[in-house]
Design a protein around this ligand. Structure first.
Ligand code: AP5
Length: 211
């Protein structure tokens, strides 16, 4: 039976980093609403045009847009082990996910809550660089590329996300505490908390042993 796992936690906690490791080492499918939205913005689709203004301001994109994105992806990957990275982020999104999964005779198996202080998040996000070509994620201090600003995997020049400016990061943190943290109560019977101030490999080992 395939597994459905949710990574819940503040922006910059390392959800994307850990999803990548589970994808590479354990064959999970990563469904990241943030990545899907950035792709839509890049391709200038209708969804991308609508989402951009919310993302640039650090606000959440409206639930109905997110839910239709997820519906599509769930149909595509119904029989796979899935990690939801950055979804759900509101109670209505969590309720919709439960409805969609019950139609497929499935449910959420585990919710991993990433725990980290806000000030450490600001350091992680202001130092983050991403590869626009292959999607690899780096940090200028914690995980620098071998050649400055160049992707180790594909050689493209690294970029900084538009929403990784300090004022937008602080807004994203405020939105997390107000709108997403209440999900810890919604999922209280399934949540496992992990301290994510350790190095990525040790965190991966903890998560892999849980799921
Ligand atoms: P999204 O892309 O989901 O961003 P986020 O949740 O804010 O998370 P991030 O991608 O910033 O961080 P992460 O936890 O993946 O950390 P990472 O592994 O990169 O969302 C962006 C926007 O899209 C939202 O603001 C919203 O507008 C919209 N959106 C998306 N989903 C939505 C939804 N469901 N509903 C409504 N709106 C939605 O790591 C961060 C940095 O730290 C990296 O540099 C990394 O190298 C480094 N790092 C990682 N782990 C470690 C470690 N253990 N030690 C040291 N450094 C580390």
């Amino acid at each position: 039976m395939s597994k459905i796992v949710i990574f819940l936690g503040p922006p910059g906690a390392g959800k994307g980093t850990q999803s990548q490791l589970l994808k590479e080492r354990n064959g999970f499918i990563q469904i990241s609403t943030g990545d899907l939205l950035r792709e839509a913005v890049k391709n200038q689709t209708e969804l991308g045009k609508l989402a951009k203004q919310y993302m640039d301001e650090g606000k959440l994109v409206p639930d109905d847009l997110i839910i239709s994105l997820i519906k599509e992806k769930l149909q595509e990957y119904a029989d796979k082990n899935i990690i939801f990275d950055g979804f759900p982020r509101t109670i209505p999104q969590a309720e919709s996910l439960d409805n969609l999964l019950s139609r497929l005779n499935k449910n959420v198996d585990a919710v991993i809550l990433f725990k980290i202080e806000d000030e450490e998040i600001v350091k992680r996000l202001t130092g983050r660089r991403v590869c626009p070509s292959c999607g690899a994620v780096y940090h200028m201090v914690y995980n620098p590329p071998k050649i400055d600003e160049i992707c180790d995997r594909c050689g493209a020049r690294l970029t900084q996300r538009d929403d990784d400016k300090e004022e937008v990061i602080r807004k994203r943190l405020e939105v997390y505490h107000q709108q997403t943290k209440p999900l810890t109560e919604y999922y209280k019977s399934k949540i496992v908390e992990i301290d994510v101030t350790d190095n990525p490999n040790n965190i991966y080992n903890k998560i892999a042993s849980m799921i």
